[in-house]
Design a protein around this ligand. Sequence first.
Ligand code: GAR
Length: 216
Amino acid sequence: MGKLKLAVLISGRGSNLQALIDACAAPDYPAEIALVISNVAGVEGIERATNAGLPVLVIDHKKYPSRAEFDLEMTQAIEAAGVELICLAGFMRLLSEEFIDHWHNRMINIHPSLLPAFKGLDVQARAIAAGARFSGCTVHYVRFDMDTGPIITQAAVPIHTGDDADTLAARILVQEHIIYPQAVRWIAEGRVMIENQQAIVDGADAPTAAVINPLP
Ligand code: GAR
């Protein structure tokens, strides 16, 4: 069977793109990156894609008169590349309803919180300010309301006394790089079903242990 063709959409550093590039380098990984799109020129993620020999397009949203036209340009490029799954990886633009509908159940996102808590921006600082004892990251299918959609997988990390947004973001990012390629693998293996707006991963177990923070 052929590999699942991915488009990875970025706006910046591209460390999650790099995690997907590294996963795809393994011969038995069931997906491959067919296209990388950045809406911002000159970002580190573009260099990562180029270094990996991947096709990269910069589609600068500022050059389009409307969100719809920007999104249409992206859809045309993504379809021309034969893409089956879009992975948003630090893509910091809201997408039009048309684009989201067009890619329904064919587009996933990674977000640095335990959704549905802390949607939007500055989520690590907000989790600390709220006094939360855990945060983490979520891979989910994309729906129209920002940072909603069936959750495929999450990783939880403790929040430490003295954390700031940067130390917490770094702790979460380590887990992002594990769960994003894992979620893509499950989708490529045909193991993710969506029923009643919930994603079910066939044959994947939940851990049995609870984690308490602070330790008793
Ligand atoms: C990641 O932490 C990702 O979860 C977050 O942006 C960062 C991108 O880093 N995404 C969002 O906040 C989307 N709402 P990267 O460019 O190094 O992958």
